[in-house]
Design a protein around this ligand. Structure first.
Ligand code: F6R
Length: 243
């Protein structure tokens, strides 16, 4: 696990965009894994800037989302597909038809999860997976207690995660869905390269467990210790509990 301390989220955004650019040199049609939430914001802004400047193109790329809420309408501004369209798809030149997420509005959620696994497999797997981490140690929405071998499935969000995400729902925890579909830990661990971003003091405990703690389903991000190629980008606050 490579740990990089950055001075700002903008610096992290540039480093991850450099990694995407290097991947595009090796492979014109890479498969990206995209996270939602605040942490990857500067990455998507920098990718958009480079596309706008003609420095790189995602025209032939595919992208797979990590997770999706269950219980929000198609057009809800916080539905993750709507967020990814707004923050990543529209500002870059990736083809929206090449961006997929778990179908949180499907009538048959079990089938939607199995179908999502098939889609990732058919694309040849994810080359570069961008990740955030929850204050409770979740990756994607694999909450504490998740099997470290899990595949895409329906999960219940913890109260902590719903509290953390209430900021996107006008501060109202009751407006945050209780359920989601999420890639499993086993699913996302199959990506070739994992890049995890964490900023701010509230992430320090989870980062400490992920990097230095014993591997445990109670801190799902500790599974990353088993992955051969992980880059962790932290600001000083998120790194403050590392030895
Ligand atoms: C989002 C996701 C989550 C977030 C995590 C951190 O698709 O999978 O694991 O990465 O909850 O969220 P932020 O970045 O908003 O602190």
């Amino acid at each position: 696990m490579e740990i990089v301390i950055v001075q700002s989220q903008e610096q992290a955004g540039k480093l991850v965009a450099d990694t995407v650019a290097a991947l595009l040199k090796r492979k014109t049609d890479p498969v990206l894994g995209v996270a939602t939430g605040s942490s990857p914001g500067a990455v998507y802004k920098e990718l958009a800037r480079r596309v706008e400047a003609g420095e790189l193109s995602l025209r032939h790329a595919k992208a797979f989302m990590l997770d999706e809420y269950v219980g929000l309408s198609e057009e809800h501004p916080q539905r993750y597909r709507v967020v990814i369209d707004r923050e990543f798809v529209e500002p870059t030149d990736i083809d929206p038809a090449n961006v997929s997420g778990p179908e949180g509005t499907a009538r048959d959620l079990v089938e939607a999860c199995a179908d999502y696994e098939r889609q990732i497999h058919a694309a040849g797997g994810v080359d570069l997976q961008i990740l955030g981490i929850g204050t409770d140690g979740h990756i994607a929405f694999n909450e504490p207690g998740s099997s470290l071998a899990s595949r895409t499935r329906l999960k219940t969000l913890t109260r902590q995660t719903r509290q953390d995400n209430a900021r996107f729902f006008g501060g109202d925890i009751e407006a945050v869905p209780k359920h989601c579909l999420t890639q499993g830990v086993g699913t996302l661990m199959e990506a070739d390269h994992l890049v995890l971003l964490a900023f701010g003091q509230p992430k320090a405990e989870a980062v400490h467990h992920m990097v230095e703690g014993p591997v445990s389903a109670m801190w799902p991000a500790t599974a990353l210790q088993f992955h051969p190629h992980v880059t962790v980008l932290l600001d000083e606050s998120a790194a403050s509990r590392l030895q």
